[in-house]
Design a protein around this ligand. Structure first.
Ligand SMILES: Cc1cc2nc3c(=O)[nH]c(=O)nc-3n(C[C@H](O)[C@H](O)[C@H](O)COP(=O)(O)OP(=O)(O)OC[C@H]3O[C@@H](n4cnc5c(N)ncnc54)[C@H](O)[C@@H]3O)c2cc1C
Length: 382
């Protein structure tokens, strides 16, 4: 066994760390308070080629391995969480299906500008009546005139008002439930495609989230992504492992930021004549966090390695995401307790860690849904 990152991966981490420290971290509070998408930072990341992290070089990408991409996500999450969310949406889910299944013409028209940061992409699963339960998808796609007509409304879509293209999950055969789902590419400017309201959010400020509306949107056959129709669920599970490990590393980054910040506070703050860092009930918070953080991070990178090696790791990725999320919930809670009343003040960062972390409970799969599936899988074990 070898638990070290390669020299190239260490070098890559150091360069991302520097970039995040220079470009993003000085802007965290400003982005959180303004709650506006920082287009200039988007452009900087595109110029550095990071938006093409997972895509082949011939389309302008960097084509890095899975572990290296996870290093990027983890470092990015130390910056503004909402912005990191929008960026990872573009790198992973937003462009994944176009990169994997799009025709050469679609790749040139959509993927190449997306990697350059000139076009923004997103993914649309969630609807008013179905989030976790994809079998409840009511957006339909019906065969017509050498193509498909899409009707429906998606909610909670990252980058919705800014997106130039989206991958939409729709049912081509409602009688088949999960086996009737397919992905379609819909581009801005297509008749009947529009963006609806945006949502004011608790956390992850700087990302814009809202509705996308499909009103008799006709797309040609080539916009059905992948073989099909009916393979939407299969293709979803192909990408979910990566999404879950990425979310686990977001959790590690937020937790570490919250506790590192609380550490400085504990060392400075005096109560009853001594530093609060001298009290055992404060120390135990750091001890517990340290253990859980190391375990969560190690588990997440083990999963990244398993994905990279092409190993079956669906349950491991769910476990890693669940564990890291729990670790993060505990860390942001304990860190805010260390801050006492100041944890409630908007001028200190603890309130932001607390707000941003809540997203981890449903991003990449709701906590309880994962627990339900994992519990059932454990009971099936020999
Ligand atoms: C900031 C943000 C950005 C997002 N971006 C996107 C995006 O870009 N694209 C997109 O498609 N979606 C996006 N989402 C939506 C997100 O993916 C959904 O919120 C998530 O899938 C959960 O669905 P839901 O909210 O409908 O909750 P539900 O599925 O209705 O769940 C409600 C509760 O019931 C529990 N529950 C449901 N089923 C089970 C079960 N079988 N066993 C046990 N408990 C269960 C859940 O755990 C949860 O506690 C975003 C959400 C947010 C907040």
């Amino acid at each position: 066994m070898d638990f070290r990152f390669s020299d190239e991966q260490e070098f890559f981490r150091a360069s991302i760390e520097k970039m995040v420290d220079r470009l993003i971290r000085p802007r965290i509070q400003e982005i959180d308070e303004a709650d506006e998408f920082p287009h200039d930072l988007w452009k900087e990341l595109a110029d550095l080629k990071y938006l093409g992290l997972r895509h082949p070089e011939k389309y302008g990408g960097m084509n890095v391995d899975t572990i290296t991409s996870m290093i990027f996500y983890e470092e990015l999450a130390r910056g503004a969480c909402g912005f990191a969310m929008s960026v990872t949406m573009q790198i992973l889910m937003g462009t994944y299906f176009v990169g994997r299944f799009g025709s050469e013409e679609i790749k040139q028209r959509v993927l190449v500008p997306a990697i350059k940061g000139e076009k923004m992409g997103t993914i649309c699963f969630t609807e008013e009546h179905s989030g976790s339960d994809l079998a409840g998808t009511r957006t339909t796609a019906s065969k017509k005139d050498g193509g498909w007509v899409i009707n429906g409304r998606k909610i909670w879509i990252t980058s919705s008002p800014m997106c130039d293209f989206c991958t939409v999950l729709a049912t081509t055969d409602p009688s088949k439930g999960l086996e009737g789902l397919s992905f379609f590419l819909v581009e801005k400017g297509t008749k009947g495609f529009s963006s609806g309201q945006t949502f004011a959010k608790l956390g992850c400020h700087g990302s814009v989230t809202g509705e996308l509306v499909f009103d008799n949107v006709w797309v040609p056959d080539e916009n059905l992504l992948g073989e099909g129709p009916g393979n939407g669920l299969k293709y979803t599970t192909d990408i979910l492992n990566e999404v879950r490990v990425m979310t686990a590393l977001f959790a590690c980054a937020i937790a570490n930021e919250a506790m590192s910040d609380a550490r400085k506070y504990a060392l400075d703050r005096v109560a009853f004549g001594k530093s609060i860092a001298k009290y055992q009930l404060i120390r135990v918070k750091f001890a517990n966090h340290w253990a859980w953080y190391e375990a969560a991070r190690l588990f997440a990178y083990k999963c990244a390695w398993m994905i990279q090696e092409g190993m079956e790791c669906q349950y491991e990725c769910m476990l890693a995401k669940m564990f890291a999320t729990e670790m993060c919930m505990s860390a942001v809670d304990e860190a805010s307790r260390i801050y006492g009343g100041n944890s409630f003040a908007m001028e200190y960062p603890q309130q932001r860690f607390f707000r941003d972390a809540r997203f981890l409970l449903f991003g990449g799969g709701c906590h309880e849904v994962l627990q339900n599936a994992l519990g059932a899988a454990y009971l099936r074990k020999e």
